[in-house]
Design a binder for this molecule. Structure first.
Ligand code: 5GP
Ligand code: MN
Length: 329
């Protein structure tokens, strides 16, 4: 499909000589896949591209182009700034200055809420991932897609759709994944690093989190906490620990998984997942965050214990009916 913004986005890219691409704080596979997949493609077009991120999580270092990531250089200005996989200025963190200083700005995003901080915005809420949107855009608009870029985009589609498990991974998403394979994307490389290189200590950690999780509402809601102490004990990073929220969601009978990650003395990151129908996006929004219907998050200015208390109360107060699908009544 051709999104109405794409011809104008293509023109903006052709008119620019220097381009910076950046994404959200605490980057995931979709964020880095988008930066690198788009960046490597625009470089192949002859543009001078800085693929910018101040964080380089080691578990994503397999994504092609990872070593091309550069930190924000506040003294540099660009003809074009491209913001990927987020719709707000705040979560750009250090990269926000590049948005402010650029002559033109573009945005590719698949989140539910977009604050409209760029000149041209391509927001497709139904897309599995921002990588899917970018792949579709590049192919539709006739850009060259080097095979490293195809693999980077494939990595983002795979991780954001949880291996094509979510209902966002519809026919369009699968066709685009196949299009990327036609262009040399290497799924085996992505699967090997994402799913077949699990550290035993990470596995042990996930088991421990499940063991001490709390179940509410007849087992439809599960809550758990990850502390800084856990990370030290199991020698893992918070980025690596994030996948545990999916482990919790996958448990039998669970509709909502709520993971609280201790990110500071007075700061806890909330990660929410739902399995079939419940909108965790509205829960995240109620706590100042956002995301998607089945995957959302927020940052709570609370110590971890207080955050757990708050979320426990929130889910205890919910009507059990809201957590029950009509066919189960
Ligand atoms: P995660 O739980 O993996 O951190 O986030 C799940 C989804 O919610 C992601 O798509 C992410 O972009 C979004 N999200 C997480 N935290 C926040 C937040 O604080 N604000 C907003 N707007 N979205 C968030
Ligand atoms: Mn995403």
């Amino acid at each position: 499909m051709t999104h109405p913004t794409w011809p104008r986005i293509t023109r903006a890219i052709h008119e620019a000589e220097t381009i910076a691409i950046s994404g959200h704080v605490n980057p995931d596979g979709d964020c880095l896949g988008s930066i690198l997949g788009l960046g490597l493609s625009l470089e192949a077009l002859g543009k001078t591209v800085d693929m910018v991120h101040n964080e380089t999580p080691r578990h994503l270092s397999y994504i092609p182009g990872f070593d091309r990531l550069v930190p924000v250089n506040k003294d540099k200005t660009y003809d074009l700034f491209i913001m990927v996989d987020l719709g707000d200025r705040e979560r750009l963190k250090d990269s926000a200055v590049l948005l402010d200083q650029a002559k033109t700005s573009l945005n590719f995003d698949h989140h539910q809420v977009n604050e409209g901080v760029c000149d041209l915005i391509c927001q497709i809420k139904e897309a599995s991932s921002t990588c899917e949107i970018i792949a579709d855009f590049l192919i539709d608009q006739g850009f060259d897609l080097p095979k490293e870029a195809a693999t980077a985009l494939f990595a983002g589609i795979t991780t954001d759709s949880n291996r094509f498990l979510y209902d966002t991974a519809g026919a369009r998403c699968l066709r685009l994944a196949a299009d990327l394979m036609d262009r040399g994307a290497d799924p085996a490389w992505v699967y090997l690093h994402e799913y077949q290189s699990v550290q035993p200590r990470l596995f042990a950690f996930k088991g421990a989190v499940v063991e001490r999780a709390t179940f509410l509402q007849e087992g439809k809601v599960v809550l758990a906490t990850v502390t800084q102490e856990d990370l030290k004990h199991y020698n893992i990073t918070m980025g690596e620990a994030e996948g545990v929220v999916d482990v919790l969601r996958n448990l039998e009978g669970v509709e909502v998984a709520c993971l609280l990650k201790e990110t500071g003395k007075e700061e806890t990151k909330l990660s929410l997942r739902s399995k079939r129908f419940f909108s965790v996006e509205s829960v995240a929004r109620a706590f100042g965050g956002g995301g998607h219907i089945k995957a959302a998050g927020a940052t709570l200015d609370l110590p971890k214990d207080k955050a757990l208390e708050t979320m426990t109360q929130y889910f205890e107060d919910l009507d059990l009916q809201a957590l029950t699908m009509s066919e189960e009544e």
